[in-house]
Design a protein around this ligand. Structure first.
Ligand code: NAD
Length: 333
């Protein structure tokens, strides 16, 4: 029987990277009945919202979605479709692996870390308003339940994946209530997992340490905003946004997507690196229980990148999105 998966191409470079990921998944022979759904600015005229009810219903029905990036207007306009989806489905865990692949030019080798980011609370929830005309206020709301479940998720993830250490990232020296609660809960939960080493770091020092000694880190558990920033930093450490996938996991659903945005500067030119989207599909296949197909695709991606003959421009090559995708498909076992 085919798995039912909602496919959201998104906009900008989204349709290109999602088409690439879909082709690669189909080439493994795993049977998937894709249900295409739309999201983004172009939907506003038709449905009056960037996130149509039909799209929400499809994700609810299928429980799994593969999604491309969606453009969000900066500083004005409608609120992020991504934030809305995460809230609608309570996708509280945003898992963002960052791994060096031989063949990608980076300052460090052997980076293999995972950012586990809380995905529904904190400043990133965007609870803000103007105070008169000349001031603005944003509310950093974090709950015990929200902290507990993401920290427990990070430790359970570490156990499941054979990881050795969890580091809690915070700014508890300044934000003693919100980040202080996050850190205290992390310290308590860590005691339940004596097999996993635990430490913590203030987010600013964490950024410095990551660019100096990334090999010291394994699983980083972060409140929403720090997780967003630190995971892009980690993407930079392993070769850029074109390479880093993500999973948004909740109790009732999971959405897999590259961490990069709609890349308006190169969208539609057959230049975009589809690796992040392909590796997001790898995470999706693993989530569906198709570990063999997931491993097959990751190995094929590694082979193509390490051979260095068919690389997109961001990786130092001249290949188009489609040529790179063809090479990955040809490299499947
Ligand atoms: P971006 O990630 O789109 O692009 C940043 C830079 O990285 C650009 O130079 C781009 O060309 C490059 N880049 C990104 N992905 C690449 C890839 N796969 N291959 C090669 N180069 C790649 O970030 P931005 O420009 O800040 O954001 C553009 C839009 O995307 C904004 O509207 C933003 O809100 C949105 N966004 C959406 C998501 C999402 O849907 N999950 C995530 C981040 C940003």
């Amino acid at each position: 029987m085919a798995y039912k998966v909602t496919l959201i191409p998104g906009d900008g470079c989204g349709p290109e990277v999602i088409a690439a990921a879909k082709r690669v998944v189909e080439a493994t022979g795993v049977a998937i009945a894709w249900e295409q759904a739309e999201a983004g600015a172009a939907m506003i005229e038709k449905y009056g919202t960037p996130l149509p009810e039909e799209t929400i219903a499809s994700i609810r029905r299928n429980g799994v979605a593969l999604k491309g990036p969606v453009t969000t207007p900066v500083g004005t306009g409608f609120r992020s479709v991504n934030v809305a989806m995460r809230k609608t489905f309570d996708l509280y865990a945003n898992v963002r692996p960052a791994k060096t692949y031989p063949g990608v030019i980076t300052k460090f080798d052997h980076i293999d870390l995972v950012v586990v980011r809380e995905n529904t609370e904190d400043l990133y929830a965007g609870i803000e308003h103007m105070v008169g005309e000349d001031a603005a206020e944003s509310i950093k709301l974090m709950t015990r339940k929200g902290c507990e479940r993401i920290i427990r998720y990070a430790f359970e993830f570490a156990m499941r994946e054979g990881r050795k250490k969890v580091t809690a990232v915070h700014k508890a020296n300044i934000m003693k209530c919100t980040d202080g609660m996050f850190l205290n809960i992390a310290r308590e939960i860590a005691k339940e997992y004596p097999q996993i080493a635990f430490d913590d770091s203030i987010v600013d020092a964490m950024c410095m340490r990551l660019v100096m000694h990334p090999e010291d880190y394994d699983v980083l558990v972060c409140p929403n905003l720090y997780g967003d920033i630190v995971s892009d930093l980690c993407a930079g450490l392993v070769g850029g946004l074109g390479l880093t996938p993500s999973a948004n996991i909740g109790v009732e659903g999971a959405i897999f997507e590259p961490i990069h945005g709609s890349a308006p500067d190169i969208a539609g030119q057959n230049k975009i690196n589809p690796t992040a989207a392909i590796l997001s599909a790898v995470l999706m296949l693993a989530h569906l229980g198709e570990a063999k197909a997931a491993e097959n695709i990751e190995q094929a991606v590694m082979k193509v990148i390490s051979e260095g003959k068919t690389l997109t421009q961001d990786m130092g090559g001249v290949a188009s999105t489609e040529e790179f995708t063809d090479a990955v498909i040809a490299a499947l076992a």
